[in-house]
Design a protein around this ligand. Structure first.
Ligand code: ADP
Ligand code: MG
Length: 324
């Protein structure tokens, strides 16, 4: 920590000096003024940073291993949405006090996920203050192959991976003090970034984004960047049975449309690619669903299961309960 230099170096050496996968492209890792990293000729660095603040992005009493996992997972999800291959991470950690049990669990959650995706922790900063975790991730991608938000074209199908709304439902249960099914809770606290899917969609998807804020808003970013609109069919939105029964009982679609933290991928692709994408999903054991289609007219229209169509605006998508 800043005011305790010796204990800071001890802490870094103990928990962060050897975290994640070993990589030959790390010429110098944790311990010097900078890390030295080798970027292969012809590839670009894809860089993204996210901060998780205790009490805002996770509960103060949240399991430290889950905080370590999620702080890296959200960045890996951004790399996935770009079609980039994860390589390195840096970590800025602000801690109210040194707690070695907490640090060991945090490092385990972070390190396990880092090794799973071949990521090396190459540096960071450690300070004293209210608990907050900032992770920057660095991935590699050929610039021409990166999947951006601006490539969606009229006629493209709109796809999503996995099921939507589970993390939002887990958060509601936790906020209401209700018991939460562990699998549902894991969707909120230990998201699995769709790294393999993101890379596999290079050259296939015309536009892609990861779902951190709900389908309506995040697909809205693709539509705005691409200068198009879309129609989505709510009956086609993939739901777990828990979310489906909540929607059936409350008639409120805000869980899949506007709750956050799903970290699934939403992407667009011409209909001719549908069978290839279907087989990709089988190979990767990842459910992939067509939820709609890109249209030339701007705006996002949702077809309700009743057949009625509703225009979703940025502010409006959680104001249409009781329409099923
Ligand atoms: P400097 O004062 O030169 O910025 P620091 O004392 O902040 O260096 O950090 C010493 C070394 O430890 C640096 O290589 C830095 O990247 C690394 N480091 C500091 N905190 C962390 C952390 N939380 N995770 C990983 N590496 C860290
Ligand atoms: Mg420093």
């Amino acid at each position: 920590m800043d005011n305790q230099p010796r204990s800071e170096f001890d802490l870094i050496g103990r928990f962060f000096a050897d975290l994640g996968a070993h990589r030959a492209d790390v010429l110098l890792g944790v311990g010097d003024d900078c890390a030295l990293l080798e970027v292969p000729v012809g590839l670009s660095l894809a860089v993204s940073i996210d901060t998780l603040v205790a009490g805002i992005h996770f509960f103060h009493d949240c399991d430290a291993e889950a905080v370590g996992h999620k702080s890296l997972a959200v960045g890996l999800s951004d790399l996935a949405a770009m079609g980039a291959s994860p390589a390195w991470a840096t970590l800025a950690l602000t801690l109210p006090e040194r707690n070695d049990d907490w640090l060991a669990a945090f490092a385990r959650g972070f390190g396990d996920l880092a090794r799973t995706y071949g990521v090396r922790l190459v540096g960071g900063d450690t300070t004293r203050g209210p608990l907050s975790v900032t992770v920057q991730v660095h991935g590699l991608v050929r610039p021409a192959a990166a999947v951006r938000r601006d490539g969606a074209r009229p006629g493209d199908l709109v796809w999503v991976s996995g099921t939507l709304g589970d993390a939002g439902l887990a958060l509601r249960h936790l906020r209401e003090g209700d018991p939460v099914d562990p699998a549902l809770r894991a969707r909120l606290e230990r998201p699995d970034p769709r790294v393999a899917l993101g890379s596999a969609l290079r050259g296939i998807a015309t536009a892609m984004i990861d779902l951190s804020d709900g389908l309506a808003g995040d697909l809205g970013h693709i539509l705005a960047a691409s200068g198009v609109g879309a129609e989505i069919d709510l009956a086609a939105v993939p739901l777990s049975s828990a979310v489906a029964s909540r929607i059936a009982s409350e008639g409120d679609w805000s869980l899949p449309l506007s709750s956050g933290d799903d970290y699934e991928l939403c992407f667009c692709a011409p209909p001719e690619q549908a069978s290839l994408i279907g087989s990709l999903g089988n190979t990767l054991s990842c459910a992939l669903s067509v939820v709609g289609r890109i249209r030339p007219e701007p705006g996002l229209v949702a077809r309700m299961p009743s057949g009625e169509s509703i225009t979703l605006t940025n502010a409006g998508y959680d104001h249409f309960s009781d329409n099923t």
